[in-house]
Design a protein around this ligand. Sequence first.
Ligand code: DI6
Ligand code: FE
Length: 410
Amino acid sequence: MSGPWDGLLTGCTLATLDGRPHGGLVEDAALGWKDGRITFAGPQRELPDAPDRLATKVEALAGALVTPGLVDCHTHLVFGGDRGAEFEQRLEGASYEEITRAGGGIMSTVRATRAADEDALFAQSLPRARALVADGATTIEIKSGYGLDLDSELRMLRVARRIGAELGIGVRTTLLAAHAVPPEFAGRADVYIDLVCEEILPAAARDGLADAVDAFAERIAFSPAQTRRVFARARELGLPVKLHADQLSDGGGAALAAEFGALSAEHLEHASEAGVRAMAAAGTVAVLLPGAFYALRETKLPPIDALRAAGVPIAIATDLNPGTSPLLSLRLGMSMASTLFRLTPEESLTGATANAARALGLTDRGRLVTGLRADFVVWNAHRIADLCYWIGGALARRVVADGQVVHAAN
Ligand code: DI6
Ligand code: FE
């Protein structure tokens, strides 16, 4: 690469997540970038020249922590309406499953999402994505799944793509048409799955709107047989799969995801040991969603020790959605993962960066390594643990995606 670098940070504490111990932590470090790519990440004394000669812009950071940009690998942040009233019902004792069976839950969001045109959906969803970016996210996965018909599902995915362009961040879209059975197909889930496989999936693939395909395998949603049909079709269309698995009950979801070589299996509170072993063999990432665990006041912990023992990579995401996880900060999700799931701060950070990128099939981000995307966060913090220790507040001083500042605290 010729010419000076676009920027160089010096005097920082880098959490590179490059595979070395302690989060690949480097003190007295420097980070350089040019044209959206990292040109240097390592000890400052190893810089090839004096900082001023290397980059057009040099900034000394006095020890501030710099991490890869956070990757939120599981969100449902595009939706219409809101579910605050349901939250109150749950406080009064109703369970999520009861509300769902009574026609609330996902279906109430489906009605509001179908009624919203593309601009309204975009206007309502953008601030949620902005909130994630303001606390460090530079890549966000966004699922459909509140449209449940061809037009509405594609509209959600188009809005997701627009959000990425508007904010200058990475957005990965996931088609989750198999999220719930829409009312017009009540009692005919198999016929709805026909529509998903024959029309919605091929259209999303044709229009380049889906980077992956997901399904909600659960007793209140789709059976393993129905999930298999969706996955088989995704495979035919060349799209990777991921699965909402074993969240409310053990339905063998982890093993099913592994059987299809899924990028990830998500939630997993009720996953069995056999399911975990199958995931390890398939290289499927476990995406844990502490926001949903917290909001639903779950008590059954995901099988963390089994995942660790089997060597399954663990990712952390917000699951940002109006029903079970109205969580607007992945950094707070890391804090919850440490406090509720007992992940070490380093595991939480790896889970929100390197392993989250892997859960999206992305190899160009999630670590601070020369040649990867210049996606990083300068924190008002000095240690990795600080990111999990502080509950709420705003810790991100500057958020950079693709070499461009996408958020700066003043
Ligand atoms: N699992 C979840 O946590 C969300 N979807 C899913 O399959 C919940 C979605 C909602 O309640 O709106
Ligand atoms: Fe979800």
